[in-house]
Design a protein around this ligand. Structure first.
Ligand code: 7TS
Length: 409
C-alpha cells in the first residue's frame, strides 16, 4: 500500500504542473476530479496502439480492444465488490445509470398508484428520471425528509416505506456532505419489499464500497469523479434483476438475433450497452481504479476526513459563516458547503478565483429542492480529494476572511 502524501500525489497530475495553472487550489472535486498522468496515458495508449471496435472483429486489434474494455469491467466489478463482472453495465455516468433503472425497470414495473420514495437531499439526476417515469406510469413520487442538521429523518423511514415500490437515495449528499447509512437503509427498504437504488456518485469515489455487503439492488456512479475520464460510469445491478429486465435502448451490440419480425437480446451486461461503447473511457476508468487502489479507499477516506475536520474547525472561526449539513466530520464525506454573510455565492466564488486562484463551486449544485428546504438559493462548496492538503484548506479560509473585508460584509 502506498502512503498518501498529497504534495507527492499532486505532482502526478499534469494539470497542476501546467504553468498556466500555477498556484491553483482545486476544491471542486465533487463536480469532477483531476486526472493523473497514468489515466491520461492509458487513454492515449488506447488510441495510439489498441483502437478498434469491440466484440466484432476477429482480427488481433479488435480482440485487444475487447480485452481492454472487458478487463476494465472486471476491475470495476472487483472494486465495488460485485459477485460477477456481469453485474456491471458501462454507462455515461451516474445520470445515465439512474435513467437506465428508472426507464428499463420503472416503466415496466410501476403502475398507477405505486409509490417511488426518494429523499429531500437528492441530486436532480435522482429526482427527474423518477418524475418522468411517474408521469408516464401514474406512479407518485414521495420524499423522505431531512432533519435540521442535514441527516435523513430515519424515524419516518418505516412509515414512508409502507407500500413503496422503489427507494432511491444518495449514498452521500453533494451539498450537505451527509454520509447516509446505506446498509441500514437497504435493509429496511428490502424488508418493505422496495427495490433499492443507490446514487453513489459521491460515495464510490470516497469510500470503500462493497455492493454484496450493502445488499442494494442497483448502485450508480461516475468515472470522472474518481480520477477517471468523463463520459464513462457504471450501473451495478443484481444479476437476476438485470436478467429479468428489458433493454433500455436498442441497436447494435445489445442483440443476439435480429429478424424483420422481432429480435432477441444479448446477454447481460451487453443487453444494456447498445451501440459502440466508450471503450477508451472504460479503459481509462480501469486505470483510475488501479490508481486509487495503490492507496486504498480506507486511507483515502482517512485523508478526506482529516481535511474535513481541519476545514470545519477553521471555518467555525470565520465570522458570519454558516456551514450546512452535519456538524460532525465523521458523518460527512469530504466536502463542506456554506454561506458567508450576505455575499452571493457566485460573487464569492468569482472573488476566490480572481484573487486567490481557488476553484470552488457556487450555486444550487443540481439540488434545488434541497436548497429550498434549507431556505437558500445557493451555497459555496469546497470538496476535497487525494491531492488536496491542509494548506489548501488554510488558503481557502484566509481567502474567505479577505472576502469579508473586500465585500464589506
Ligand atoms: N448524484 C450526485 C449525488 C452527484 O453529486 C452528481 C454530480 C450526480 C448524481 C450526477 O453525476 P453525473 O456524473 O452523471 O453528472 N454532482 C455534481 C456536483 O455536485 N457538481 O457538479 C456535478
Amino acid at each position: 500500500m502506498r502512503r498518501l502524501l498529497p504534495e507527492e500525489v499532486k505532482r502526478e497530475f499534469p494539470i497542476f504542473r501546467d504553468p498556466a495553472n500555477e498556484g491553483l487550489v482545486y476544491l471542486d472535486n465533487a463536480a469532477t476530479t483531476q486526472k493523473p498522468e497514468r489515466v491520461i496515458r492509458a487513454i492515449e495508449r488506447f488510441y495510439n496502439s489498441i483502437n478498434a471496435n469491440v466484440h466484432r472483429g476477429v482480427y488481433r486489434l479488435s480482440v485487444e480492444a475487447t480485452e481492454a474494455y472487458e478487463s476494465s469491467r472486471r476491475k470495476v466489478a472487483e472494486f465495488i465488490g460485485a459477485r460477477s463482472w456481469r453485474e456491471v453495465v458501462f454507462t455515461r455516468g451516474t445520470t445515465e445509470s439512474i435513467n437506465l433503472v428508472a426507464f428499463a425497470w420503472g416503466l415496466r414495473n410501476l403502475r398507477k398508484g405505486d409509490r417511488v420514495l426518494l429523499t429531500e437531499m437528492e441530486h436532480h439526476s435522482n429526482i427527474v428520471p423518477w418524475q418522468i417515469v411517474a408521469s408516464l406510469t401514474g406512479a407518485t413520487v414521495d420524499y423522505l425528509p431531512i432533519t435540521g442538521d442535514g441527516q435523513l429523518a430515519l424515524d419516518l423511514l418505516d412509515s414512508k416505506l409502507k407500500g413503496a415500490k422503489v427507494f432511491a437515495f444518495t449514498g452521500a449528499s453533494n451539498v450537505l456532505g451527509t454520509l447516509n447509512p446505506v446498509k441500514e437503509l437497504v435493509k429496511v427498504a428490502s424488508e418493505h419489499g422496495a427495490l433499492t437504488v443507490v446514487d453513489a456518485a459521491q460515495y464510490v469515489p470516497h469510500a470503500s464500497v462493497d455492493v454484496s455487503d450493502l445488499g442494494c439492488d442497483f448502485l450508480a456512479f461516475s468515472g470522472h469523479k474518481m480520477c477517471g475520464p468523463m463520459g464513462i460510469g457504471a450501473l451495478y445491478g443484481k444479476l437476476e434483476l438485470l436478467e429479468a429486465m428489458e433493454p433500455y435502448q436498442g441497436g447494435g451490440e445489445m442483440i443476439r438475433e435480429v429478424r424483420l419480425d422481432g429480435s432477441e437480446w444479448n446477454e447481460v451486461p451487453w443487453k444494456f450497452e447498445a451501440g459502440t461503447p466508450n471503450v477508451a473511457g472504460a479503459f481509462g476508468l480501469g486505470e483510475a481504479v488501479s490508481y486509487l487502489e495503490e492507496f486504498g479507499m480506507e486511507q483515502l477516506r482517512g485523508h478526506e476526513l482529516k481535511l474535513t475536520e481541519h476545514a470545519m474547525e477553521l471555518l467555525s472561526s470565520v465570522p458570519k459563516l454558516r456551514v450546512v449539513g452535519p456538524e460532525s466530520p465523521e458523518q460527512r464525506c469530504g466536502l463542506v458547503a456554506f454561506t458567508l454573510s450576505d455575499i452571493h455565492p457566485h460573487d464569492l466564488a468569482e472573488y476566490l478565483d480572481a484573487r486567490h486562484r481557488i476553484a470552488v463551486r457556487a450555486g444550487h449544485h443540481c439540488a434545488m429542492p434541497l436548497h429550498s428546504k434549507l431556505g437558500l438559493t445557493a451555497t459555496t462548496r469546497a470538496s476535497f480529494y487525494l491531492y488536496n492538503s491542509s494548506y489548501d484548506v488554510e488558503v481557502l479560509v484566509s481567502g474567505l476572511r479577505n472576502a469579508l473585508s473586500y465585500f464589506r460584509a
